[in-house]
Design a protein around this ligand. Sequence first.
Ligand SMILES: NC(=O)c1ccc[n+]([C@@H]2O[C@H](COP(=O)([O-])OP(=O)(O)OC[C@H]3O[C@@H](n4cnc5c(N)ncnc54)[C@H](OP(=O)(O)O)[C@@H]3O)[C@@H](O)[C@H]2O)c1
Ligand SMILES: [Zn+2]
Ligand SMILES: [Zn+2]
Length: 349
Amino acid sequence: MTDNNRFNAWACAGKGKTLAKTNELTLKQWDEDSVELNITHCGICGSDIHTMDSGWGPTLYPCVVGHEIVGVVAKVGKNVSHLKVGDRAGVGAQCGSCHQCQNCKEGNENLCMNNFVGTYSSKWPNGDKTYGGYADRWRGDYRFAFKIPDNMSSEIAATFFCAGVTTYAPLKRENVNSTSVVGIMGIGGLGHFGVQWAKAMGAKVIGMSHNDKKHDVALELGCDEYLVTSDKEAMAKYRRSMTHILCTGTGQDFDWNTYLGLLHANGHFINVSMPDWNFPELHPVVFVMNQVHISGSAIGSPKEIEEMLEFAATHGVKPWIEIYDMDNVVQAVEDFRAGKPRFRIVLKN
Ligand SMILES: NC(=O)c1ccc[n+]([C@@H]2O[C@H](COP(=O)([O-])OP(=O)(O)OC[C@H]3O[C@@H](n4cnc5c(N)ncnc54)[C@H](OP(=O)(O)O)[C@@H]3O)[C@@H](O)[C@H]2O)c1
Ligand SMILES: [Zn+2]
Ligand SMILES: [Zn+2]
C-alpha cells in the first residue's frame, strides 16, 4: 500500500547541498484542523536561501523550503469552515501559533510568544516537521491557509503571502500616506512590493538600490526617483528628506549614520531584511538627536494578510513575476542567488 502521507518534494539535505527530488518525507499527521493542498505555485523568497544555507543558525535538514504557497484544496478537517475541497488557498511563512498568549489574543499571531511554527525548518506541536512549498502537497493548520480571491490568479497570488504582507504591514502600521516620502532600500522581491504599496498609499517613493542597474525598471515599477546608495554625492542630496525608509536589503557597508541621516525628524527606519550578518553598532546620538524611530517587522498577522489582499485588489497592486517549472527549481534558485529575477520567481507544478 502506498503511504498517503508521503509527498514529492525538492529537499535540501544539508548546507551547501543542491536541491534533490525525494518522496521519502511525510506530511504532518492528519487532524480535524488540517487543510491539505495540491500545490500549484510557490514563490522563491530570500529566506528560503538563508535557510538552505543555515545562514540564521542550524537548519532542520532535510528541509523543504518555500513559503509563498498556493494550491487547490484537496481535503479539509471537520473544524474547517472557510475552505472547501476545490477552493484555492495560500499559505505564507507562518503555519501555526499558540492562540493563547497575549500577542496571539491581540491578533498578532506573527509575534506568538510560545510557539511560532514556521512553514519550514520548524516543528508542529505534535513534533512532526514542517515542510514548505517546493513540493506537490502541503498539509497544515487551517488558521494559516487563506482563500484566494476569485479574481486573482494563483500565480499572482503566491508571492503576496510572504513578500507582499512583509512590506504591506509595516508601511500601513507606520501610517504611510500622501504626505510621506518613502525610501525603499533594495528593489528585489520584497522591495518591489514595497514600492507599489507606498505608491498606492499616496506617498512619494524613492527607489534605493546599491547600483545603477535597476534605474529604468524601478521607474517603470512606480518609483518617483531613483537613488544609488553607493553614490555619496547623491546620498548627500537626500539628507533629511524622507519620512520613512523600508530596508529590504543592504550590503555589509551599511552604516547607521548615513541611512538615519536621510530621515526627517521623527522619521521611521523600518527593517525587514534578515541578512546572515549583524548590523553595525549604533551610537545613541545618531537616533536621539533627530528623534528617529527604528523598528523591525515580521511577516504579518492573518488579519493583515486578509486586509492586504483586499487592498491589493482595490489598488491594483500586482507582483512582477517570472514563472519557472518546479522541476527547474535548481536553476531557479541559482538565478535567484544571482539577483536575476525582476522581481520574483514563482515555481509552477
Ligand atoms: N521580516 C520578515 O518577515 C521577512 C520576510 C521575508 C523576507 N525577509 C528577508 O528580507 C530580505 C530580502 O528578501 P527578498 O526575498 O526580497 O530578497 P531579494 O529578492 O534578493 O531582494 C533583496 C535586495 O537587497 C538588495 N541587496 C542584495 N544584496 C545586496 C548587497 N550586497 N548590497 C546592497 N544591496 C543588496 C538588492 O536590491 P538592489 O539591487 O536594488 O540593491 C536585492 O534585490 C531577506 O534577508 C529575507 O530573509 C524578511
Ligand atoms: Zn519569505
Ligand atoms: Zn501565541
